[in-house]
Each structure stands twice: as C-alpha cells, then as structure tokens.
Design a protein around this ligand. Structure first.
Ligand code: PLP
Length: 403
C-alpha cells in the first residue's frame, strides 16, 4: 500500500498555502507536480553533463548521448516496446499525434480515405485530422457515445468501410476519467488491417502500459502528466509503419546525407527527431519513470482508483450533483445544479483547492453532453482521502451559498 503522506515529502510545491489555506492540488490531469528527484535530475544534467547529443566526439557529448539513449531505453522498457528505435521523443502527446497525422497522412492517405476518431477526444486528437482533411480531403468518422456515456463499440464497428485507413482514440478520457477498452478496439481494427493510434496522455500516468500486449500501432503520451517536465513526450510506433512513413520535420539529425539535389534520411528513431532534442527533458522523463517504478505503478493505480471511487461515492451524496460518464481512473467531472463551473472553480480556489473547469479541450464532447463545461477533480499518487473530504466539504459550502 502506498502512503501518500510519505510521497508528499518528495513534492516541495505541495507544502505551500494558497490564500492562507493548505494547497490541495487536484488538477493532475492537466499536469502533475514534479518530485525532487526529477527536478534534481534536470539541474544535475545541466551542472555536469550538458552538451549537444550525437554530434560530438568529445567526452561531455558522449556522456550526454549515453544518458539520452539510456532514457530512451527506460521508456522502451516502461511500455514494453520491442526496440528502442520505436521510441521517438517529441514535445508531448499533441506533437506525437500531429507527427502521425502529417507523416502517416502524407505517406498513406488520399482524398476520400477515412480516419476514425471518437466523441470524447481532446482537441489534439481532432484538429490534426481536420488539418489533414482540409489539406488532402480525408474524411473523419466519429464514434458516438452510448446511453451510458461510454463509447459505443457496436457503432464503432459499423463505421468501418472500404476506405478506413486509421483509428485514433484516447485510452482514458481527460474529461470523463473513463477507460475505453482499447484492446478490443485495436483487435477489431486489425481484423480489417487498419492500424490504431492510442492517445495515452491520461492512461500512462495511472496504469501499466504494454504496447505489445495492446498491439497498438502508435501510442502517444506526455512527460509532464507523469511527473516529468513539460516539453518532453513520446511517440511509440511500430517500426513497420515508422520505416515507411515520410519524415515529419526536416533539419539536423534526421538526415544521412544532404545534397542540394537530394537528401537521404537517418534510421529510426532519428528520422523523426529533427534538430537538437530535449535531451535534458528526456533524462528527466527517465528519472520520472524510475520514480514511478520505485513506488510501483500498480500501487499508484490502486491508490488513485480508490481515491476516485471514494470521491464519486461522496460527491453523489451532494444534492443536484451530476457526475459525467463512468470514472474509473483518476479524474471525476461533475456539475452541481446550475452553478457555472467557472464560479465553482473560483470559489474552490479561494479555499485553496486547485481543480480545473471548462471544456477541458474537448468542445465537441461538451456539445454532445449539452453543457458549457464541467468541474474536474483529478488525482495523483500524492493526494489523500483528507483532501477528497476537503473537496466535498468545500463544494457543499459553495452549493449552500448558491442555494
Ligand atoms: N490527449 C489527452 C487525452 C489529454 O488529456 C491531453 C492533455 O490534457 C492531450 C492529449 C494533450 O497533451 P499535451 O498538451 O501534453 O500535448
């Protein structure tokens, strides 16, 4: 069993007060706080090994390159990818999905081809496909929700046709905090030889990910939602796809030879890593992965799921409470009566509680649910039952003010 009070000691930021109240940070789906060891790994890298990677014969460059590649191997092991050449460092989930939309799109898609996404996608898994639609005329098909506010698997199957070329869906909804059984979605797509991209931004911080067991063709995630710094993320892709895909950005590192007439490209993963990579960020992501493993991903998952269940149970008892979807991971979205989410957020903030309000970068889902936005509380390994109690008490207080 994980003890959040011990873990909190690693997160100095959580010790502060806000408006004279102890900070209760429940905005982890937006970004998690960083443990001391991750912050130290950044300063250590700059203090002792900083040098541009892959290009130097000198000692520092070699050490920096070793550490950078070590981090890639940590990511590989963490998601059980077959080979570290399948791990591409990006700036985050958004860039990873844009990479696939652009490179997979340029290589394999033509006007009239179809990409399936879902009703509960983050804008970062909608807009890149729309840009592609505007550029080359693909069509976007959207998996609807069922009456239970989950994705409708039967409707998903019915969306496939002759021209379906790719499925791109979230593993865990950042709004509903609900897990989609993506393995079933992947298996079905594969029976029709359609590859699948999984947006893992909200799943990898809270569960063990095994891309081989999932048989995902692409898996995208962000470091900053899993205790690592901002600006570093990952695209996992099966080499059979990545090898055939055109590069995304052009520049240094992604080339083998450059002539004015013709350029040949580097091998994987470097073909997709143009320019100086965020090697310090990658090293810090490696440290964050070590940190998660030291605590145990299963223990983290159990703790966060227990907090979520407890929060749902307690929130349900508040009059006029509406909880959306079927939260089973680490985030709960709700509304209380007709209290506007922004009002709720502002008043909770005054009580020291940081939650997120609004459309959560999922405007189409808000439209489907017929609401302007929600209030979302999202948990991490350092959150406690007492913090959930404080959240519930604060919501009750706000609800009384509005009654
Ligand atoms: N996908 C999901 C499900 C998310 O929750 C987020 C961020 O909240 C993203 C994609 C985008 O992540 P990033 O902004 O780190 O690129």
């Amino acid at each position: 069993m994980l003890n959040p009070n011990d873990i909190r000691k690693e997160f100095p930021i959580l010790e502060q007060t806000v408006y004279g109240k102890p900070l209760i940070y429940l905005d982890n789906a937006a970004t998690t706080q960083k443990p001391r060891c991750v912050i130290d790994s950044i300063s250590q890298a700059y203090l002792t090994i900083n040098s541009n990677v892959h290009r130097g014969v000198h000692h520092l460059s070699q050490v920096a390159t070793e550490k950078f590649e070590e981090a890639r191997d940590k990511v590989r092991a963490h998601i059980n990818a077959g080979d570290k050449s399948e791990i591409i460092f990006t700036r985050g989930t958004t860039e990873s999905i844009n990479l696939v939309a652009s490179s997979f799109g340029n290589t394999f898609l033509k006007a009239g081809d179809e990409v399936i996404i879902s009703s509960l996608e983050h804008h970062s898994n909608i807009v890149p496909w729309q840009i592609l639609r505007d550029r080359i005329g693909i069509e976007i098909k959207v998996i609807p929700l069922d009456s239970n506010e989950s994705l409708d698997f039967e409707a998903y199957k019915a969306l496939f046709g002759e021209r379906t070329r790719l499925v791109s869906i979230a593993h865990v909804s950042n709004v509903l905090g609900a897990t989609t059984p993506v393995k079933e979605y992947i298996d079905y797509a594969h029976t029709l030889n359609v590859p699948v991209l999984i947006d893992g931004a909200q799943s990898i911080p809270h569960s063990n990910i095994d891309v081989k067991a999932l048989d995902a063709d692409f898996f995208a995630f962000s470091g900053h939602k899993m205790y690592a710094p901002t600006g570093i993320g990952v695209l996992y892709g099966k080499s059979e796809w990545l090898n055939r895909m055109q590069p995304y950005h052009g520049g240094g590192e992604m080339i083998q030879t450059v002539r004015f007439e013709k350029t040949t490209y580097n091998e994987l993963p470097y073909k997709f890593e143009a320019g100086t990579p965020d090697y310090v960020g990658a090293i810090a992501l490696g440290r964050a992965i070590d940190f998660m493993n030291e605590i145990g991903v299963d223990a983290i998952a159990q703790h966060e799921q227990a907090l979520t269940r407890y929060a749902v149970e307690r929130l349900r008892n508040i009059p006029s409470m509406r909880i959306f979807g079927n939260p089973d991971s680490s985030a709960v979205s709700f509304l209380v009566g007709d209290i506007h989410p922004a009002d709720m957020g502002t008043l909770l903030d005054r009580l020291g509680i940081a939650i997120r309000t609004g459309h959560h970068c999922a405007q189409p889902l808000m439209e489907i649910l017929g609401i302007p936005g929600t209030v979302r509380a999202s948990f991490a390994m350092y959150n406690t039952v007492e913090e959930v109690d404080a959240l519930v008490a604060a919501i009750e207080r706000v609800a009384k003010m509005f009654a």
